[in-house]
Design a protein around this ligand. Sequence first.
Ligand code: NAD
Length: 354
Amino acid sequence: MKICVLPGDGIGPEIMAEAVRVLKALDLKIEMEEALLGGCAVDATGSPYPDATQKLALAADAVLLGAVGGPQWDNNPREQRPERGLLGIRKQLGLFANLRPAILYPELANASTLKPEVVAGLDILIVRELTGDIYFGQPRGIEVREVDGQKQRFGFNTMHYTESEIRRILRVAFEAARKRSRKVCSVDKMNVLECTQLWRDVATETGKEYPDVELSHMLVDNAAMQLVKNPKQFDVMVTGNMFGDILSDEASMLTGSIGMLPSASLDADNKGLYEPSHGSAPDIAGKGVANPLATILSVAMMLRYTFANEAAAGRVEGAVKKVLGQGFRTGDIFEPGMKKVGTREMGDAVLAAL
Ligand code: NAD
């Protein structure tokens, strides 16, 4: 297993150090090589995604990323912004499937703004298509046109999907559901948008390939409501790029603890980029207080989705559950009565639990 490790900026190197320690403790046959991405890469080479990093990322089976960005690069020319590096690597690796679990451990139920009985034990996975839809569709633009008898500015975008684009993301969702509770809810807006009528048709067809997985359909407006009303009804939700953008942020906030949420972006061969859902947290960088658990849980996702090693993934997730049960908390998830620890101590606790 070849892993390209990209610690990035801000708290990235601190949280990545703990994730790497966990990986090493698993005693798997792993080759890890570190490279620069983001602001640190701009400072060292002038490019947020330097050639050496590209070479390593392309050759690796998986990429593990901390986070990129920070105020010191905010006024750089667009080509030299850290986020450019992130978009560059996602595009180059052809990562079309974004997997974002929203898990609320019962021990952290008070972190959510929703009532504990609604969210405690929540465990859903949002599968979002990442390279198509209205975000990339042509034609698009703002033009001056003659409309309703007057010249005025006219803004337009185009939503489109091919059936093969829909089928491949649906397959990712069905395969993921097979590793979970075997339920897929496909989200669309077929009552208004033809493009998503096709989505529903292809979802139904693809579902026939997976008779062991229960498929349901939901309109996106209802899905947004149901996520707040009764989120535990869902197992895997799959949807297009725009609906997924919105629903995955909504779902992650059900948990209230950004420091706990991993994510995966996969290509057609399950090569993946794994990263925490949060950013580089410049406000706490260098203080040793960042929560490393989202990055450690990203390691678990990498073991599950790229390396198909469910046992090792389960070990890591079990260790995280155990340290929460033991009362260890970084500042972002701290509650009175718990044991407040820093980044390194949290890593130590996970290693001990392993
Ligand atoms: P952020 O996620 O970095 O921080 C939001 C808040 O959550 C901050 O108060 C931060 O201290 C806290 N936080 C985040 N992760 C934490 C952790 N692991 N432990 C404890 N607390 C944590 O979002 P932001 O402040 O909007 O962005 C900061 C920088 O990160 C920006 O430059 C932004 O562009 C970048 N960013 C990068 C990514 C990425 O690399 N994928 C994603 C989002 C934002």
